[in-house]
Design a protein around this ligand. Structure first.
Ligand code: ZN
Length: 86
């Protein structure tokens, strides 16, 4: 797939995030990606939140030493009841 790696658009930047986080970008794409994140505050913010979301999901699902606390039944019932009323 051909991409203009000299200047990434914000849309192309987002398409390359998974490769960036996996470390599988080729050198030209990586250079353009870094240049974009350094010059575009919106994409820089998006990337930070993307990473934090992945970290939070991993902590919730994969941390056996500090698992999520049990969710009380009354809270589940209240949420389900609120959804039915919405
Ligand atoms: Zn951008």
């Amino acid at each position: 797939m051909a991409h203009d790696t000299e200047r990434l658009s914000c849309k192309a930047f987002i398409e390359f995030i998974d490769d960036y986080l996996a470390g599988t970008q080729d050198a030209a794409v990586h250079k353009a990606f870094q240049a974009h994140v350094e010059s575009c505050p919106c994409c820089g913010c998006y990337l930070e939140h993307y990473k934090k979301t992945i970290d939070a999901a991993k902590r919730c699902c994969c941390n056996r030493r500090d698992p999520m606390p049990e969710i009380p039944d009354h809270l589940i019932d209240a949420i389900l009841e609120a959804r039915e009323q919405a």
